[in-house]
Design a protein around this ligand. Structure first.
Ligand SMILES: [Zn+2]
Length: 447
């Protein structure tokens, strides 16, 4: 089913939600794809289809499903999926469990295999683009390139280095290596990923901003996530985390900050005014009891806000479909108002908002002529998807990842009718099994 990149194809017979400025939709529509981009979006027109001469085998029947822009997962650590479920819900998990576990057991092979495993889950769940920050980032980049997904891959840097580097200067070397590997690749891009305000010195954070500017690469980081972060930056720098990052030149039109839970009115204004992208992770943030970010307030102020799952040790799944309902419900609880964070607003955040948060809105995020063909079909055969009075509400409140029928990136089919075309999940699992046995043995010493 994989197409020659110059060929035309059509997706027909589905409800199209374009997510454009006017919320244009078509009850029975068609999307024409030419090569890697969208050529036309409109009502289904057999005469037009015949005139374009698209061969039958290049026509994808959505079978009454809902055709939407691909989901954008703005914050992940996909190289951690083989650690999923270890020491869930224990105290001080980051420093007591996760950091020592990574130090001992994270290897290039583990990151590569775990990345492939997560990518299979993400593509089956309708994710077409993701932003990741982790160690051995060249391995995640390699897996992303093989899978056909779009991504921004961040190499984690910190004072203490990580499993792939003994210190900050060595982890910076890895950023250069990643960027050299991905230079000129516009589907999988490099980023520098300072871990968090408390994980690097001010000097090191300023150096990250310099590398970002000199190399013209993205910045991904965790910000205003931890309850202790405010007292940390107050004690060391006499300011709040978000203004501190601004002083370090880390906010701006090519940076994306994950979480931003502890953001007061001034912090929110700073994020909006600097054009910083925000990755909102309501599932992971609630599981860890940290709090719920003011996502609705940020959106109302015009923030570039997208949604994310966080890593598989934090949110456990890489499922963006269930994030939709969680996003709506937590914001309603936070604001004590059932009328806010509507299905339209949530689906926008998961698609177009994600593209804005990653500063990719010129090429992805909507179904419009000229955009890259990153397209998903949400099937409507399952009991929860019937009746279908409001397609936005059905996707946000009733759909599950198993309802995704097709995932396309750059006009290439990555999954259709639940079959993956670029990855073999059985082979990945066989490859992972030996690593999982080793992790199982070793983890007991750490817990
Ligand atoms: Zn994270």
């Amino acid at each position: 089913m994989n197409r020659n990149p110059l060929e035309m194809q059509a997706i027909v017979n589905g409800t199209i939600l374009t997510l454009d400025d006017r919320w244009t939709s078509y009850d029975c529509g068609m999307v024409i794809v030419a090569g890697t981009t969208i050529r036309e979006v409109g009502p289904f027109d057999q005469v037009r289809l015949d005139r374009l001469g698209i061969p039958k085998e290049h026509i994808i029947d959505a079978d009454g499903g809902i055709i939407i822009p691909g989901l954008v997962n703005t914050h992940t650590h996909i190289g951690m999926s083989l650690f999923r479920g270890i020491a869930d819900d224990t105290a001080n998990r980051l420093k007591r469990v996760i950091f020592p576990l990574e130090r001992k057991l994270t290897t290039p092979e583990v990151v590569y295999t775990a990345s492939l495993h997560s990518l299979a889950e993400m593509i089956l769940g309708g994710t077409t683009c993701f932003a990741d920050m982790y160690y051995f980032a060249t391995q995640t980049a390699r897996a992303a390139q093989e899978s056909g997904i779009r991504g921004i891959i961040g190499q984690s840097v910190a004072t203490y280095g990580g499993p792939d580097a003994p210190d900050f200067p060595t982890s910076v070397e890895l950023v250069h290596r990643l960027d050299n590997l991905l230079k000129g690749n516009d589907r999988v891009m490099a980023a520098i990923a300072p871990h968090a305000p408390y994980s690097l010195t001010k000097q090191e954070l300023l150096q990250c901003a310099e590398i970002h500017a000199n190399r013209d690469i993205r910045i991904l980081s965790h910000l205003a996530e931890m309850p202790f972060e405010e007292s940390y930056t107050d004690e060391h720098y006499h300011m709040r985390p978000i203004p501190f990052y601004h002083q370090c030149n880390l906010l701006g039109p090519k940076s994306t900050m994950a979480h931003c839970i502890f953001a007061d009115g001034n912090d929110q204004r700073l994020l909006v005014d600097t054009g910083t992208g925000i990755a909102h992770n309501p599932s992971a943030n609630s599981k860890s009891g940290k709090g719920i970010a003011p996502a609705y307030d940020l959106m109302a102020k015009g923030a570039r806000l997208g949604l994310g799952t966080d890593g598989p040790m934090s949110g456990n799944t890489m499922d963006m479909v269930n994030i939709l309902g969680i996003t709506a419900k937590f914001q309603k609880v936070l604001k004590k108002d059932p009328t806010i964070m509507t299905p339209r607003e949530v689906l926008r955040a998961a698609t177009r908002g994600g593209a804005e948060a990653l500063h990719l809105e010129k090429s992805i995020g909507t179904l419009e002529c000229g955009k890259q063909a990153d397209i998903v079909i949400v099937g409507t055969d399952s009991p929860a998807m019937f009746p279908l009075y409001d397609p936005y509400a059905a996707i946000v409140y009733a759909a599950s990842p198993a309802d995704i029928d097709m995932t396309m990136v750059d006009g290439k089919l990555l999954m259709y009718q639940r079959k993956l075309y670029t990855l073999d999940p059985q082979a990945i699992r066989i490859q992972a099994k030996g690593m999982v046995s080793h992790i199982h043995k070793e983890m007991h010493e750490l817990l």
